[in-house]
Design a protein around this ligand. Structure first.
Ligand SMILES: [Fe+2]
Length: 135
């Protein structure tokens, strides 16, 4: 069973953001699945690397969109992305030290963070972009 299911309340109405969010949900589920199937360090590392890279790319997409349209709360939003990135980096370091089991904690943390971020922080820019005609 998937760790996180896509919900309609996650949608922001901005196509590129929603597509990337769905992909992120998929990647978190993929990581969880690999952990559940007791995959080895190398496979887990590949999935983790892909997830980190995609999250980075996604945050850049959001921040560039907010920046180019003059979104007033960009700085606060960026801080949330930065905090998450730093936290994930800590997990990655522990994983690289051979602590594979840490990834279950990471997957659960990402599930909660992502759901909360999509439901609260990302929803704050939804009406702003709607008004600007971004979809
Ligand atoms: Fe965001």
């Amino acid at each position: 069973m998937a760790l996180l299911e896509w919900r309609s309340q996650f949608a922001t109405g901005v196509g590129v953001v929603d597509e990337q969010h769905q992909r992120l949900v998929g990647l978190v589920n993929q990581l969880y699945e690999a952990i559940s199937e007791f995959r080895g360090h190398e496979i887990l590392g590949q999935i983790l690397g892909g997830l980190v890279e995609y999250a980075d790319y996604h945050f850049k997409t959001e921040e560039e969109l907010m920046s180019s349209h003059g979104y007033p709360a960009l700085e606060q939003h960026r801080q949330e992305h930065l905090k998450l990135t730093a936290k994930v980096k800590e997990f990655v370091e522990r994983f690289e030290q051979g602590k594979d089991r840490i990834l279950l904690e990471l997957a659960r943390f990402l599930k909660d963070w992502l759901a909360d971020h999509m439901l609260v922080t990302d929803q704050k820019f939804a009406p702003f972009f709607r008004e600007k005609g971004v979809n």
